[in-house]
Design a protein around this ligand. Structure first.
Ligand code: ADP
Ligand code: ZN
Length: 517
């Protein structure tokens, strides 16, 4: 069956919903009239495209921007979805093709500009085809007081009455007056299911730590929160089992959960977690979809999540009751290498891989942030906020230093050795450590040999990790993970751009006092 989740991955190539999307999709699929207010870039289109694919019949999308419609139609067709647009920008041939596809019942999404509703044939056409949903993009255009008023938007209410199908309206403009006007004009004053929640979950404390002694770090974090319900997410099934065992040995109630288990066994864990207080579930991301436990007090990531969306969704399972909740995400160079190679070795087309690298970069940027993490996280989803006072970097600002010279030295070591080596060997060269491998390759004769003696090996490790995190260098799977320079590093190498990095603060994960419950 085509569930929203399976289509999210198979059609759109996304691993997780963005904040708010799932609830909106559920409401639309349930046939409710819906008004969703989401920041620009928050992912509104998916909220009507996905339901359109899950349902029979046609979804009519009203949008004021021809360029945007054309973009969406093209993007949908590229992933094999039948979509068409009726706009003044069409050639006659294009319009004819859309009509034909409609006649043959092939169109899932039909985009049109509001002006189209004024033309006499349109209503008849829409009545003839099997319209099941009306989606209205930029719904604030219906507001006469707003800055984008489009008179033809006033016809949409009539369209909804005529077709008698649910309507889903989307906008990024949230002021109350506009909202009220949307409800009056599009929904005849009948309150729709309204989604306005911002992305922020202020009760969730955000923290990242460099993966140092991962098992000890997780045990310390959980140990400081004994008796509280929590989830530990791991990158592999095997790890969920060993870590659950380690937690049990440390006196916790803990069990593991992953997609390789029998359905019945998984169900047992879900029920236990739901009913028991203070159980820890060590799981792959297979755990959580159906979990609706309001008092999960903490979520830890033993491995870096796949994307910033995944991260947000997974930590978002904590503290649904609004009471304080804690999170900790561990990450290190191995995580970056693993996530990059998973993308590179996947079956996705090249542009989707690049987009996946971008989403990973966003998460790494969050991991290596130098100021308030919530600002970085919300900024990614299009929201602005003041420093939050509830993340590790607000608690304890990190030390940053001008790393321009260090990065240039590192890049030069990479280039002079032909982009064929990993961080360990490069750090040996930089710190002037004449290991057998260094001598054998003659790397002790390089001009870069020993130019980095001013930094310790761990400090160089932090520089390389952050260079990976900023996507200045990428591990190349075809060269056994050797680091190669990316284009983003060129301005730094040429001395046109400077860069600040964090001084590493490897801190014990349990150091922060637990939330009292
Ligand atoms: P809006 O219309 O709200 O401004 P879009 O619908 O254009 O935003 O989406 C913004 C971007 O977010 C697009 O590039 C889209 O591919 C991406 N996006 C949407 N949903 C997801 C998701 N669940 N995971 C990852 N990326 C997403
Ligand atoms: Zn903060």
């Amino acid at each position: 069956m085509n569930t929203p989740h399976s289509l999210l991955a198979s059609v759109f190539g996304f691993s997780a919903f963005r904040p708010g999307q799932e609830e909106i999709v559920d409401a639309v699929l349930a046939g409710r009239n819906t008004l969703a207010i989401m920041p620009t870039g928050g992912g509104k289109s998916l909220c009507f495209q996905l339901p359109a694919l899950c349902r029979d019949g046609v979804t009519v999308v009203i949008s004021p921007l021809i360029a945007l419609m054309r973009d969406q139609v093209r993007a949908l067709r590229e992933v094999g979805v039948e979509a068409g647009a009726l706009t003044s920008g069409n050639t006659d041939d294009e319009t004819e093709a859309v009509f034909q596809a409609l006649d043959q019942g092939r169109v899932k999404l039909l985009y049109m500009a509001p002006e189209r509703l004024a033309s006499p044939g349109t209503l008849g056409l829409l009545r003839r085809i099997d319209v099941r949903l009306i989606a209205v993009d930029e719904a604030h255009c219906v507001s006469q007081w707003g800055h984008d008023f489009r008179p033809d938007y006033l016809r949409i209410g009539e369209l909804r009455r005529t077709l008698d199908v649910p309507l889903a309206a989307f906008t990024a403009t949230a002021d109350e007056e506009t909202r009220a006007e949307i409800v009056t004009r599009l929904f005849d004053g009948q309150a729709p299911a309204t989604f306005l929640r911002g992305f922020d979950r202020p009760n969730i404390h955000l923290a990242f730590a460099v993966k140092d002694t991962p098992r000890a770090q997780i045990l310390a974090f959980a140990g400081a929160r004994k008796g509280q319900s929590g989830i530990v997410y791991c990158g592999t099934r095997a790890k969920t089992e060993t870590l659950a065992q380690a937690l049990r040995e440390a006196g916790h109630a803990a069990c593991f959960y992953h997609g390789g288990m029998e359905a019945e066994e998984r169900r047992r864990v879900e029920v236990r977690f739901q009913q028991e207080d203070g159980l820890i579930v060590v799981a792959t991301i297979a755990f959580g979809m159906g979990i609706d436990k309001p008092d999960i007090r903490w979520v830890a990531h033993a491995d870096l999540p796949k994307s910033i969306e995944g991260y947000y969704q997974e930590i978002g399972r904590a503290g649904r009751d609004g009471a304080p909740a804690e999170t900790l995400t561990l990450y290190g160079p191995d995580d970056i290498r693993l996530r990059r190679s998973q993308i590179d070795e996947g079956a996705a087309p090249a542009d989707r891989k690049e987009a996946d690298h971008g989403r990973l970069n966003a998460l790494l940027g969050l991991a290596e942030a130098t100021a308030c993490r919530r600002q970085v996280l919300l900024g990614y989803f299009g929201e602005t906020s003041p420093p939050c006072g509830n993340c590790d970097l607000c608690d304890r600002p990190v030390d940053v230093f001008d790393a321009t010279e260090a990065v240039r030295k590192a890049l030069s070591a990479i280039l002079r050795t032909g982009e064929w080596f990993g961080a360990g060997h490069l750090i040996d060269i930089l710190t002037g450590t004449a290991t057998p491998k260094v001598k054998e390759r003659g790397h002790d004769q390089l001009p870069t040999f020993a130019v980095g003696r001013d930094l310790s090996k761990p400090a160089w490790g932090a520089v390389f990790r952050q260079m990976m995190g900023r996507d200045l260098v990428r591990p190349d799977a075809e060269r056994y993970g050797a680091l190669r320079m990316t284009d983003a590093a060129r301005p730094i190498l040429r001395g046109e751009q400077s860069i600040s990095l964090r001084r590493d603060t490897i801190q014990s994960a349990g150091a922060r006092p637990a939330v009292k419950s």
